[in-house]
Every structure is written in C-alpha cells, then in structure tokens.
Write a protein that binds this ligand. Structure first.
Ligand code: 13P
Length: 287
C-alpha cells in the first residue's frame, strides 16, 4: 500500500539520513526502483513530473501500475507516490487519482499567492492523510540551452511556508536540475543552515541531486536535508546502457528486435544508480 511520505521523512530527519526521490518515466524504471528499495530495505519516493504523467497515460494509470507492482512484487518497504513540481491543478488531480504525496511548486508566484495556494492544498492533503511539499526560491536548470543559476531562498519566507503545515520544504540553496555547469558555485550551506534554524524539525528537500559531490550531499544531510531528488542521473544511466546494447548489435541477435531485451540493460543500470544513491543518502536498512 502506498504511504504518505510524512513518517519516513520525520524518521530520516531525526536519524540524519535522506530518503531518495527517484523520478519514473515508464514501467521498467518503476520496477527497477521498487525492487532496489526492497532489496536494500530502504524507504523510497517515486517522483512523477506532470510531463511524465501525461506520457504514462495520466495519473490514474500510474496509480494503478504502482499499486499493482507493490502487490505483485511483494514490496513491503514504505513507498510514497509523489507529484514532482506540481501546478495547483496538477496537485488536485493527483490527490483525486490516489497519489499519496504531492508537491505544489508555487515558487514562481509572488509569496502571497504561494502562501494562499499552499494553504488550500495543505487543508485538502491533511484531510486525506497525504503529504505535501512546498517550494521557496526556484531551483535553476537548463532552459533553451542556457543554464540558470539556482536561487537562494529567503529563510523568513521559508518559515512562513513551513508554518502553513506542509510536510516538507524544498528551499533553493543554489541547486539546479540537470548537469551542473563547470563554474557552479556549489550549494549555499549558509542559506541551508539559516533555513533549518528558522524551520526547526521540518524535513528539507534537496532538488537537483544529479552531480552534487558526495561530500556536499553529506553536509546537506547533516544540516537538515531529509529528501533528495534524483532524475537526470537515472536518465543518463538508462541512455548509456541502451546505447551500448544497440551499438553492440545485440538488439539484432536471435529473433531480432525484442523490446523486453532492449530495455533490460537500461533497467539494470537504473538499479545500480538507485543503489549507489541509497547508500550515499544513508537510507539502506531504514525501512
Ligand atoms: P536532477 O534531474 O538534477 O537529478 O533533479 C531531479 C529533481 O530535482 C526532480 O525534482
């Protein structure tokens, strides 16, 4: 059964480790992530962007697929199904479809509007026992080939949003989605420290987990980060493994093209990536 992310994140914050959020794009990725979490006895969060939601035939299809896998694969570790960077309407649709967790990304709204929309969603999520993530200070990333710097959140605004009763808070600390540019200044631990001091026990979320050096990840966890999002690294691992398989001509062997064989090396590569991250984040054995 899917669970809210609240309990796993409260435990992670208290135990000074982080739960990984791995974004899913199809059946193979989902299966790889769930099997790895079960094998390592780790809690896990499956992230779904609105784009991936459309690709996978909508939120109801995803809920059906994940619930089916939990049963058929006999997954017993805590699993949350979470909307990643949701719009207000997207969050409502996921709640309706049976997600156990949502993120409302109101970071691009003026703070008053972010507060108003987050407040409404917190009320709905609380009634249904669903966890909710809010964001302050936008996470940078690549847009049209230009890599924008990650913003640093205002700690007072973080406190304002945390006090609305959200389960977890994503605060921008110079992190960005995708690969980091060579001249990246690194995470702002000064901002993270100030945010954690203002928000106390609130589990903090680090987006853009791909490419952050291990020592920075560990320091971020020591300063209150309890959930780390990884997407690009799984995509790169999948792409590389599939490319090698095709280049070796293996998809042409035997009976010829077989989608199950073609996708198998990528699925294995995702398992390896997820394992490496769970070990780094310290969530192994914490289910
Ligand atoms: P990366 O793609 O950089 O791993 O970031 C993932 C993320 O933060 C999803 O919200």
């Amino acid at each position: 059964m899917l669970v809210s992310a609240k309990e796993m994140l409260t435990k992670a914050k208290a135990g000074k480790y982080a739960v990984g959020q791995f974004n899913i794009n199809n059946l193979e990725w989902t299966k790889s992530i769930l099997l790895t979490a079960q094998e390592l006895n780790s809690p896990v969060i499956l992230g779904v962007s609105e784009g991936a939601g459309k690709y996978m035939c909508g939120y109801k299809t995803i809920v059906g697929m994940v619930n089916g896998m939990l049963e058929e694969l006999k997954i017993t570790v805590p699993v949350a199904l979470h909307l990643d960077h949701g719009s207000y309407e997207g969050a409502l649709a996921c709640i309706e479809a049976g997600f156990s967790s949502v993120m409302f990304d109101g970071s691009h709204y003026p703070i008053d509007e972010n507060v108003a929309k987050t407040t409404e969603l917190v009320k709905i999520c609380n009634e249904k026992g669903i966890s909710i993530e809010a964001e302050v200070g936008s996470i940078g990333g690549e847009e049209d080939g230009v890599v924008g710097a990650g913003e640093c959140a205002d700690p007072d605004e973080c406190k304002m949003i945390a006090d609305l009763g959200v389960t977890m808070l994503a605060a921008g600390i110079g992190n960005i989605h995708g690969k980091y540019p060579e001249n990246w200044a690194g995470l702002s631990f000064e901002t993270l420290d100030a945010v954690q001091q203002k928000t106390g026990d609130m589990p903090l979320v680090l987006h853009g987990g791909t490419g952050i050096p291990a020592d920075m990840i560990q320091k971020a966890i020591s300063l209150g980060v309890s959930k780390i999002n990884v997407n690009t690294e799984c995509q790169l691992a999948f792409q590389e493994a599939t490319r090698k398989y095709i280049e070796a001509g293996k998809d042409l062997e035997g009976k010829g093209f077989d989608p199950r064989k073609l996708l198998a090396p990528g699925a294995e590569a995702i398992k390896a990536t997820v394992k490496e991250k769970m070990e780094l984040f310290g969530s192994v054995g914490k289910a």
